[in-house]
Design a protein around this ligand. Structure first.
Ligand code: ATP
Length: 302
């Protein structure tokens, strides 16, 4: 933000409109040199599987540098498809982007391949995706760093990962096929971190974990965001937990974004409470029948 502010103040001194434009252009390039303002933007993304199944119908969303953004929605709404569109993993599933654009750090990335996306600093951690089962925990982590050359950096990051997930340190020589669901979840996140991502796309990190472990994982996401500067697009069914650590959130329904806003506001939103927690206005839990009925009549927007 500082360079733009600088630009505006110089322009104010000079006075003319031309000066304003040129100084703001200088400011804009300074802005890029400083490296701030990295942003992921999806504009009007449409995704089709097998040439006929239209799943995303014009998704527009943004993940600004340094922020945690949640993407919430029911089963089959299109959350994972959105992540795969960003990480370019659609091709492996006969899916393609047929409309719209995806820009990261000022560059179009929607027609790249998955390896290039990792080089841009974007890593997707797949929902419940098993690690390389025959490799040890540490070997898995080293595989995560395979896009990097700097061995000193890799050693340092192994330490970093073990500090975030101390339980993995004690298991470094354990064959990963024998890990529990929670340990495996920590391993896939850690393996993603070993690529030193700028942006992590996390698909349901809470899936199948005990409530205590879910809390731990979410605290770690928040710490990574604050300390390492990693920013996150977080897909979750556990809406309240996701909203509690996010800056902003989008709700996707049937392939369309139907609501978005600051997480602190959405957490208080009656529709969100009712839909995800089944709570009525006075805080009483509704019956499943009521929620089903609600699902039929709900209107997110308006
Ligand atoms: P969940 O929370 O259940 O994981 P989701 O919101 O992540 O759901 P997606 O996995 O993106 O949803 O799926 C959205 C829709 O696209 C679903 O109807 C799904 O059946 C369909 N779909 C996903 N992958 C494919 C594919 N490879 N071919 C055809 N249809 C697919």
């Amino acid at each position: 933000m500082i360079p733009l502010f600088l630009g505006a103040s110089i322009a104010h001194k000079e006075g003319s409109e031309d000066d304003l434009i040129s100084t703001n252009l200088v400011a804009l390039s300074l802005f890029q040199i400083v490296g701030e303002g990295r942003m992921l933007s999806l504009s009007n993304i449409e995704v089709v599987y097998s040439d006929v199944i239209l799943v995303l119908k014009g998704v527009t969303l943004e993940v600004p540098d340094g922020k945690i953004v949640a993407l919430l929605g029911a089963n089959g709404a299109g959350k994972t498809t959105t992540l795969k569109a960003i990480s370019c993993l659609l091709k492996t599933e006969l899916g393609k982007i047929t409309e719209g654009s995806i820009v990261f750090d000022g560059q179009r990335i929607d027609q790249k391949n998955p390896e290039e996306i990792v080089k841009y600093g974007i890593v997707q951690v797949m929902e419940g995706r098993p690690s390389f089962e025959n490799l040890t925990v540490e070997e898995n982590l080293i595989v995560g760093a395979s896009s990097r050359k700097n061995t000193t950096g890799i050693k340092r990051d192994l330490e970093m990962v073990y500090n975030y997930f101390p339980v993995l340190r004690g298991m470094r020589q354990r064959v990963s096929g024998y890990l529990s669901g929670g340990e495996r979840q920590m391993l896939v996140m850690s393996r993603g971190l070993m690529a030193r991502p700028k942006l992590m796309l996390l698909d349901e990190p809470s899936l199948g974990l005990s409530p205590i472990l879910v809390e731990d994982i979410f605290k770690i996401i928040k710490r990574l965001n604050k300390k390492e500067g990693t920013f996150f697009l977080l897909v979750e069914q556990n809406a309240m937990m996701a909203l509690s650590i996010s800056d902003h959130a989008y709700v996707i329904e049937n392939g369309r974004i139907v609501m978005d806003g600051p997480a602190a506001e959405l957490i208080e939103n009656e529709d969100i409470k009712e839909f995800y927690l089944g709570l009525s206005k006075i805080g009483k839990r509704k019956s499943y029948r009521d929620v089903k009925h609600y699902k039929r009549r709900k209107r997110w927007v308006g």
